[in-house]
Design a protein around this ligand. Structure first.
Ligand code: FES
Length: 175
């Protein structure tokens, strides 16, 4: 059975083929993961933060998701570099979709996962520093909840039908 290619825009395809800021950052101030390697959709985000100004000076990512996830993560790291953490927190998956020139609706969750990882990294940064700024909500955001839901689903699938065990390549195709 042949698969119908998804209607990706030029920007998504360009960032998938030549992603910016791809790779692990060994000296990151903080990092976080969202998604599950068991189902293949996973992103890790690495941030270098200047503690005094609370500005994100560098951001990189690793993705084991699809083309849309790679493009979303790549554009997200570009969007938050040089921004104060408080501003980076406000970047939504819709902002990412807009910057990418649109995402197919079945791929919204790829952008949501990228933002979920960013928000986790920001929470972890303040947890490590031992304080909670007033602008940081106590309650989890939609992106963080969705990351949790996907992780739970992956666990259930792994238990029930033994899905998992192999990571999808991060550059294997444009699905
Ligand atoms: Fe799951 Fe894109 S990250 S389909």
């Amino acid at each position: 059975m042949s698969r119908v290619p998804l209607p990706y825009g030029a920007k998504i395809l360009e960032l998938f083929r030549n992603p910016k800021n791809l790779g692990r950052m060994e000296d990151a101030t903080v990092s976080a993961v969202a998604g599950s390697p068991a189902c293949g959709d996973m992103i890790a985000i690495y941030l270098k933060i200047d503690d005094e100004s609370e500005v994100i000076t560098e951001a990189t990512f690793e993705s084991y998701g699809c083309a849309a996830n790679i493009a979303a993560s790549s554009i997200l790291t570009e969007m938050i570099k040089g921004k104060p953490i408080k501003e980076a927190w406000k970047v939504s998956w819709r902002d990412i979709a807009e910057e990418l020139g649109g995402l197919p609706s079945v791929k919204y969750h790829c952008g949501i996962l990228a933002v979920g990882a960013l928000k986790r990294a920001i929470r972890e940064y303040y947890r490590m520093r031992g304080f909670h700024p007033d602008w940081l909500p106590e309650e989890l955001t939609r992106e963080e909840k969705q990351a949790l839901e996907e992780e739970e689903l992956a666990k259930v699938l792994t238990r029930k039908i033994g899905v998992g065990g192999g990571k999808k390549s991060d550059r294997s195709g444009e699905d």
